[in-house]
Design a protein around this ligand. Structure first.
Ligand SMILES: [Zn+2]
Length: 96
């Protein structure tokens, strides 16, 4: 699995950014994740999907996390879908 090389990592269980304190993934974190996702997009998606599950787990365990319960998927993965612009990758996902 891709291990993102960025200081903008989630601070569990609050899920705010360790580097800038914004709700993760923060704007600079998304930029750095997207740059690495150009090469490893499937790995980036797997990583973010695992983060969605971890965040849901943290909430289920009673931790207070930033943001709304019903927006976890959009928050962590929605921006990636919106940023995907590689035609070859879109074709692969249609076929898959
Ligand atoms: Zn950050």
């Amino acid at each position: 699995m891709l291990v993102p090389r960025t200081p903008h990592q989630p601070d569990r269980p609050a899920w705010d950014c360790l580097a800038c304190g914004e709700p993760w993934p923060c704007a600079p974190g998304k930029v750095e994740l997207a740059e690495q996702g150009v090469v490893h997009r499937r790995s980036l998606r797997l990583y973010l999907e695992s983060c969605v599950i971890d965040m849901i787990d943290d909430r289920a365990d009673g931790h207070h996390t930033s943001g709304r319960d019903d927006a976890i998927y959009d928050r962590i993965l929605g921006w990636l879908d919106a940023s995907q612009s590689d035609p070859a990758d879109r074709a692969t996902r249609r076929a898959g």
